[in-house]
Unconditional design. Structure first.
Length: 361
């Protein structure tokens, strides 16, 4: 494949500088948040022509390949595609792909590579490996001018921050999944859903502000906890694992044990006793009963069960259909506020990050 991108899109919205310090809590920049989310949604809504072009060129399967947190955040989209059928999809870890590539990673494949920086060695090694095999690459990047942006076959660039990277990846990969489902005839409401998404950023700003007092109270309670079990199911499992690995461990250096709610009763339940901290994330999808089961059990055995439920977040006017798809985005946004308060209280930050939170790969 060509070393220069066949198509590249950069969010052209201005970068506001106004902050809401003291209004919505430490580190919250509502103007940047709105810019990043609108940029991601604009990219999501514009992916359908590219999908049609790629299918006409013979692309018949997709691989979502990333590292660390970005890879986890592609799981809701890949799960959606798997359940709907019609277009084979697989989620892969970048470092493992280079060592043991999956079957079908060839000229008929599209590799979707999310990366905030677009310059991590693992990511660039993956890109070179894929190009040598003739795989078409689509990079979802947070920094323009990065090596990945310049060398991928197709690039979509949404300048993001560590605090907004999760929502950016989740929304762009959701848009790609919807475009693939629409172009394979599996859904007929792709355009309506992407149009409805335009209302989400302002609603999430209001939701984050409404959650701020609870985030501050919860952070004060949790600041000295040495260890957390983090669990969830369905589309929000990716956010639970991301929260445990990227936020608690990397950003705050707090021990965590992410475990899928379906696996909770195959070992983890034996660790639950008074004083054990459990984070339970609940979404609005078919897997919700798995989280309900954990909640019923944990409530009986620990006094430190913390439940964050997407269904309880007020997002007036959004359809149940869309809410069922965006639970990961909702919870990622609220967890960012909790982490901001925790970080302020613990006075902890990673050494490789110039701003709040560790820089994604």
């Amino acid at each position: 494949m060509s070393a220069s991108p066949a198509s590249s899109t950069l969010s052209a919205l201005p970068v506001p500088t106004a902050r809401d310090e003291g209004v919505a809590g430490p580190g919250f920049d509502s103007a940047t948040f709105l810019r990043v989310l609108h940029g991601a949604i604009d990219i999501a809504g514009g992916l359908r022509p590219l999908v049609r072009q790629l299918r006409n060129q013979g692309i018949s399967r997709a691989f979502f390949i990333g590292s660390g947190g970005e890879q986890l955040l592609t799981l809701p989209a890949t799960d959606l595609l798997r359940r709907a059928g019609g277009f084979p999809v697989e989620a892969c870890v970048a470092a493992q792909v280079v060592l043991a590539p999956p079957t079908g990673l060839d000229r008929s494949a599209l590799a979707v590579i999310p990366s905030l920086s677009g310059s991590a060695p693992e990511t660039l090694a993956l890109l070179a490996f894929l190009q040598a095999r003739g795989v078409t690459t689509l990079a979802l990047i947070g920094e323009a001018g990065s090596p990945l942006a310049l060398q991928a076959d197709h690039a979509r660039i949404n300048p993001a921050t560590p605090e907004t990277a999760a929502e950016s990846v989740l929304l762009q990969t959701l848009g790609l999944a919807l475009a693939l489902l629409a172009e394979t005839g599996r859904i007929d409401d792709c355009d309506a859903l992407t149009e409805e998404l335009q209302r989400l950023p302002a609603l999430l700003v209001a939701a984050k502000r409404a959650y701020e007092p609870e985030a501050a109270r919860r952070a004060a309670t949790l600041r000295d906890e040495p260890y957390h079990i983090v669990t969830g199911a369905g589309s929000v499992w990716a956010v639970a694992e991301h929260f445990g690995m990227r936020q608690l461990e990397q950003r705050l250096r707090v021990l965590s044990r992410p475990v899928h709610a379906a696996d909770f009763f195959h070992g983890t339940l034996e660790l639950v006793e008074p004083g054990v901290s459990i984070f339970l994330l609940k979404g609005e999808d078919a897997a919700r009963p798995l989280s309900d089961r954990v909640e019923r059990f944990a409530y009986r055995y620990t006094d430190k069960l913390w439940v964050l439920d997407a269904a309880r977040v007020e997002l007036p006017g959004l359809s149940p259909r869309l809410r069922g798809l965006i639970s990961p985005v909702i919870l990622a946004s609220l967890l960012e506020r909790l982490c901001a308060h925790l970080e302020a209280l613990r006075a902890t930050r990673t050494t490789n990050a110039p701003t709040t939170g560790a820089k994604n790969t």
